[in-house]
Design a protein around this ligand. Structure first.
Ligand code: PM9
Length: 467
């Protein structure tokens, strides 16, 4: 088959879902009612929904067929054994505990491995992951390379761990107070940036020297494997499956949100090689999720995850996915829209700090931009900046992340290049009217994970009328 740069979608459409059709006046009301928080909009009120790639995937006919093979026994479902065998084959870990989604696995891992006063290094924070670490008494330390915080630094593996920062933390607090390093592949909030195989190996060597375990956040691991194949010497002729297996061979376990790279609508799991940890995890899962053979999932959901993993590693699928992101990014770049570069594996992150350079970070530029883009075009996106970053658990002060972005997240197998054209035009049009966008202030600030349910007020009503 001819190999064009942007090959058409590697799937045919068999079932359709209608999209929201609100006009601009109706959207203006909807976003105000949602407190200018795109998480609080009704999905039916959105035209193109790029809020997240989490659980928003289109499953294949094979996955749907697998759903009908759900064995809904309370214990010992055959779908669990199928999932276990697929995870062992593709991830290589000995033990798997299914959970209802990624944070279910994070809860179990953090509760079992962290004691109060511990430190957890990670290559940039993720909201729910850090929440569970802190809830169990740990302090999170960011050990990602400095360039990851600079939207314009163009590096092939911008998600890498800075080994000097990791070593400095070990020297400062001692290896005994670091139960594990949380190694995200790819790094969501850095823009979906990958970690190189070489860096994974080095992290593993350093960690294991001090008896520190390497626990991956494997949420977007297939995207990471694709970037290794594309960018790292020696991996061009390896399959995605082989690369994935090698990536995990250097670690001790992982948490996984199946809602991303297992291409399902729900599900997750926790993996480990340590038998004692597995036994303890089964003790926890029965308290919070369900039997160790279903962990909060129906048999059919485990079947869909097992099949989804085998589809996610297919080259046609993953290369199309990453190229969709690039297609959107290149269109925006041609119009001068500021973004995190290089483009990552799941989303385009628009640099809201520069897009709305008339606003200070305290006027929540990314939150304001996400609300404005929805009102302007019906495209729903998500804030990833000061609001998501939350407050320091000890001082109560706001974190001030360098990256203040909105995330245009592409669900898997849902939208076509034509949809992305519409999104690009909308962002570019709004960019031309950007000085009309007002900042926001808090109306209601929740105590934890405030970005999900917080509400806001417009600072300057007049400006909003303008675009
Ligand atoms: N990520 C996302 O939209 C959904 C929740 S935040 C809006 O990016 C990583 C790297 C994630 C992630 C979820 C989780 C938690 C862990 N690690 O959502 O609980 O991106 O399945 O996974 C979201 P669950």
């Amino acid at each position: 088959m001819e190999n064009k740069r942007f090959m058409p979608e590697p799937f045919k459409i068999k079932m359709v879902e209608h999209m929201g059709t609100l006009d601009k006046e109706e959207r203006k009301v909807a976003i105000k009612e949602a407190g200018f928080n795109t998480f609080l909009l009704r999905s039916e009120d959105c035209y193109i929904d790029l809020l997240t790639d989490s659980g928003t995937n289109a499953m294949s006919d094979r996955q749907w067929a697998g759903m009908l093979l759900g064995d809904e026994a309370y214990a010992g479902s055959r779908n669990f054994y199928h999932l276990q065998s697929v995870v062992r084959e593709y991830f290589g870990f000995k033990y798997i505990v299914p959970t209802h989604q990624g944070r279910g696995a994070e809860n179990i891992l953090s509760s079992l491995m962290i004691k109060p006063g511990d430190y957890i290094p990670g290559n940039m924070y993720f909201t729910t992951t850090r929440f569970h670490q802190e809830r169990n008494g740990a302090t999170f330390r960011d050990v990602i390379i400095d360039e990851a915080h600079d939207p314009r630094a163009e590096l092939p593996f911008k998600g890498n761990v800075d080994l000097k920062k990791f070593q400095a933390l070990i020297d400062e607090v001692g290896g005994d107070n670091i139960p594990y390093i949380c190694l995200a592949v790819t790094v969501n909030l850095a823009g979906g940036q990958p970690v190189s195989m070489n860096n994974i190996k080095e992290v593993s060597e350093l960690a294991h020297k001090y008896n520190i375990k390497v626990m991956y956040d494997a949420t977007r691991c297939v995207e990471n494997a694709y970037f290794i194949k594309e960018r790292e010497e020696g991996y061009q002729n390896k399959t995605i499956k082989e690369i994935l297996f090698e990536m995990f061979s250097y670690g001790d376990g992982c948490t996984m949100s199946g809602k991303k790279d297992c291409i399902t609508n729900i599900g997750g799991f926790l993996c480990m090689n340590d038998h004692d940890l597995y036994v303890q995890a089964t003790g926890m899962v029965v308290q919070f999720e369900g039997m160790p053979s279903y962990g909060g999932l129906a048999g059919r959901d485990m079947e869909a995850m097992a099949i989804g993993i085998t589809e996610a590693v297919k080259f046609e699928y993953i290369s199309h996915r990453v190229n969709q992101i690039r297609y959107l990014g290149e269109k925006l770049e041609a119009a001068g829209v500021p973004m995190i570069k290089p483009f990552g594996g799941h989303a385009i992150f628009v640099d809201a700090r520069e897009f709305l350079s008339h606003l200070s970070q305290e006027e929540f530029p990314a939150q304001a931009l996400a609300a404005a883009l929805y009102e302007f075009s019906g495209v729903r996106t998500m804030e990833r900046g000061i609001i998501s970053s939350g407050r320091d658990i000890k001082t109560g002060e706001n974190h001030h992340p360098k990256l203040e972005t909105i995330r245009l997240t592409i669900p898997r197998r849902v939208y076509t290049y034509a949809h992305l054209d519409f999104v690009a035009d909308a962002v570019i049009d709004l960019y031309r009217r950007r000085d009309k966008i007002s900042g926001l202030k808090w109306n209601y600030e929740p105590k934890v994970l405030r970005f999900f349910t917080g509400t806001f007020k417009i600072i300057n009503e007049e400006l909003v009328e303008g675009y």
